[in-house]
Design a protein around this ligand. Structure first.
Ligand code: BDR
Ligand code: CA
Length: 307
């Protein structure tokens, strides 16, 4: 049976590839895309999401969500994703319109009107936290929430915090403490899947519209990652969430207690993962601990080929 998925995202280079992967898999029923501000302002991330979906020929509603986090000031990530949020690829001008609903409403409607929906979040958790607060009954109807965010070890936005969580730690707190089944795919795992030049070359050989988008986006993504972090290639974070649905053995998860630091101190936005169960506190999240890197690139390749 196909899995019902809502993808909440902030494209973003790696978000674009998450859309690509979710949109073409025969076992995934992509109910909709809700967009949140994160890698760029909401005007830009929303336009990017609609452009990617239209370019790939996906017939799914795309709805504009929250522009600002719940409590803190807004962050964006121009150093990595550029001025447009998707620097490196030019889309044609499309006529296609956004869904009329707010992104939060799209999430609520999709979960309430379908059986066992999974929310995949590849941006800050603002829309999802708002949906939970507006319609708490969705917690009983949801299958699970799979999040790209956080880290068992160090951050990428501060020593402690990963970008998606740092953008809206209070929203992350709402989601992680909601009682719903949460899977957290953090930097400790996504830093293993680097888009090396070999990966870019391998995907370029597919030679279709999806590979064209992948290659052009990844060239700029990698360049910006090298400049910002001095790494040899950028980590392809976001599609790991969708890939773990496509192959449930791809990522090894460990059930544990995770608390979001909302203290506004130096560790604000940290996902405190109790790997060794020091606290004997309730296990509220399945945390990604390892990923099968070769299998991941096979899944990405199959996804690109399917267009
Ligand atoms: C996350 O932050 C964003 O820049 C990426 O799209 C990804 O979702 C990685 O920390
Ligand atoms: Ca993202």
């Amino acid at each position: 049976m196909k899995r019902n998925i809502i993808l909440d995202c902030d494209p973003g280079h790696d978000d674009a590839i998450a859309i690509l992967l979710a949109g073409s898999n025969k076992n995934i029923n992509l109910l909709g895309i809700s967009v949140v501000a994160g890698n760029q302002t909401i005007a830009k991330t929303a336009r990017n999401a609609l452009n990617v979906a239209t370019f790939l020929g996906l017939d799914v509603p795309v709805a504009i969500g929250c522009e600002f986090p719940m409590v803190r000031d807004r962050l964006i990530c121009e150093a990595i994703h550029g001025e447009s949020g998707l620097d490196g690829f030019e889309f044609p001008k499309y006529e296609k319109q956004f869904d009329k609903r707010h992104g939060v409403q799209l999430i609520i409607d999709s979960v309430m009107n379908n059986e066992k929906t999974t929310i995949v979040a590849t941006g800050p958790l603002t829309n999802i936290a708002m949906a939970i607060r507006i319609e708490p009954r969705l917690l009983e109807r949801l299958d699970e929430i799979i999040i790209m965010g956080g880290s068992v070890d160090n951050g990428n936005t501060s020593p402690a915090a990963e970008f998606n969580i740092m953008c809206d730690p209070e929203a992350a707190h709402v989601v992680f403490s909601s009682g719903v089944k949460v899977k957290m795919v953090g930097l400790n795992v996504t830093r293993k899947v680097l888009v090396t030049d070999e990966v870019v070359q391998r995907m370029s050989k597919i030679n279709n519209k999806a590979s064209d988008m992948f290659v052009k986006l990844m060239k700029v993504f990698n360049e910006n990652q090298r400049k910002t972090f001095g790494v040899i290639a950028g980590p392809l974070h976001d599609p790991a969430t969708i890939a773990s649905i496509i192959d449930d053995k791809l990522i090894k998860y460990q059930h544990m207690n995770v608390v979001i630091d909302i203290s506004h101190g130096p560790s604000y936005g940290r996902t405190n993962c109790d790997v060794f169960d020091y606290l004997h506190a309730p296990h509220n999240a399945y945390v990604a601990m390892d990923i099968d890197v070769n299998r991941y690139w096979d899944i990405i390749e199959e996804g690109i080929k399917s267009y």
